[in-house]
Design a protein around this ligand. Structure first.
Ligand SMILES: [Zn+2]
Length: 441
């Protein structure tokens, strides 16, 4: 009892002293509403099918009706946000085998909560509002898509409701995307716009299949969230991995009851998601998914076979679990958008020398306090050493070789908020050491 008390006091002290915030994370998480998310799932299912090629004119059935409902709900939230949040459609023409090789307009619903001090830096969370049954090209038969992925849409809608009351330093975009099942088409359009408009996206999350707690074998897990992240080819640490670890560290601090399971893959084996559209274009992008999946639910036409229920129905989606996933999103988005910008243009020098130098561009955040160098063994998943470097843009370790470790740098603001880590991508230009000796006279 006494030990537990001391532990909780210590935890409070650590939270208060090491991680001051531009917003109250605990308060924000406390406002998320699982029952409301469950209602949103039921409403989305009520449109019968949300297949990308389904009817767009009906007010009660098909993807058009679902899209307008999402837009109207978010617009109501925006109206109560004191101008912090705006809602818009973002669309692109996309063509794939699963659109019968004809261009189809992919329309995403985008809620944007503009950052207060650094609005050009963006964090994005998505869920996809389209659905499918057993036949990917069948656009008329029911396709409830409760877990896949009304759950992800419900999560981003409730995040919009809560975060629109708490604008952060950087901008947060919450997006319901179309066309995931037809080949990640809506997210492709959004990511293409991000590239064309040179958006500075520091972190992107797709929420896909985030409502179920029971696996195919009846195994129950309502505490674990899987966080998928891939590495860029050849690099020791890509930005998506840094983003995944950043999220894990925030969860450890603010949500001790949640088990963040990092998985170092772009996605589940042989499968894909909307974060791929961003990852492939060089943005830090990760996927959130429930602990276990039940394949009797996903992509199944609703039916009973030998007494077994098939279909992605709302009764198999948990409001409490969606609330857990929304909480992880909130921690990621708030700690990311409160932190200073991640260091840019990080370079290292250290080949064939016993000294190691890191350099980066000095950030422009008004509340920037300085930088920390982080170091770990190449086989370790945890940063093992943290070295305060001060407010500098270059740091040299004497008699320390870069060969045997991974190193990175992160920015720290005056409240103690830390940015995601960036590792050097390029070598510093170093003086030639093995230049040929001058020719003998
Ligand atoms: Zn999905």
């Amino acid at each position: 009892m006494r030990r537990a008390l001391i532990a909780s006091i210590l935890a409070l002290l650590i939270t208060a002293t090491l991680h001051a915030q531009c917003a109250d994370v605990t308060n924000i998480v406390g406002q998320l509403d699982g029952a409301r998310m469950k209602q949103a799932v039921e409403k989305l299912v009520s449109f019968g099918t949300r297949h990308t090629l389904s009817d767009t004119t009906s007010d009660t059935r098909g993807i058009g009706a679902a899209r307008r409902w999402i837009f109207d709900e978010l617009t109501r939230v925006a109206a109560a946000s004191n101008g912090h949040m705006t809602v818009a459609y973002q669309s692109s023409m996309q063509q794939a085998q699963r659109t019968n090789n004809v261009p189809v307009e992919m329309i995403n619903v985008v809620a944007t909560i503009r950052g207060t001090t650094d609005p050009d830096r963006i964090y994005i969370a998505t869920g996809h509002y389209d659905s499918m049954n057993s036949d990917i090209m069948n656009s008329t038969l029911d396709a409830p898509g409760a877990d896949d992925d009304a759950s992800g849409v419900a999560v981003i809608m409730d995040l919009a409701r809560v975060l629109s009351q708490h604008p952060l330093d950087a901008t947060v975009m919450l997006v319901a995307v179309q066309g995931e099942e037809q080949g990640l088409l809506g997210s492709r359009g959004l990511a293409e716009e991000a590239v064309a408009k040179k958006w500075n996206v520091e972190g992107m999350i797709t929420n896909d299949i985030v409502g179920g707690t029971v696996g195919g074998e009846g195994d129950i897990d309502n505490r674990t969230i899987r966080i998928f992240s891939a590495n860029t080819k050849g690099a020791g640490d890509g930005t998506s991995r840094h983003w995944a670890r950043f999220v894990r560290d925030g969860v450890r601090l603010y949500l001790p009851h949640v088990k963040p399971r990092l998985i170092y893959r772009l996605d589940r084996f042989g499968r894909g998601g909307d974060h791929s559209s961003f990852f492939e274009r060089g943005f830090p992008a990760i996927r959130f998914t429930q602990a276990n999946e039940d394949y009797k639910r996903e992509h199944q036409t609703v039916r009973t076979e030998n007494g077994v229920q098939y279909g992605d129905l709302p009764e198999f989606v948990s409001g409490d679990y969606m609330r857990l996933v929304a909480s992880v999103n909130a921690v990621a988005l708030v700690t990311g958008a409160c932190a200073p910008a991640a260091p840019k243009n990080v370079k290292a020098g250290g080949a064939v020398t016993n000294d190691t130098t890191l350099s980066w561009d000095m950030g422009t955040d008004a509340d920037l306090a300085g930088y920390e160098i982080v170091v770990r063994e190449t086989t370790s998943d945890e940063w093992e050493k943290v070295i305060p470097a001060g407010k500098v843009s270059r740091y040299t370790f004497k008699d320390f070789t870069i060969d045997n470790v991974f190193m990175g740098v992160r920015a720290v603001d005056k409240d103690g908020n830390r940015s995601p880590v960036r590792t050097p991508e390029e070598r510093l230009v170093e003086p030639a050491r093995s230049a040929a000796p001058p020719p003998a006279k």
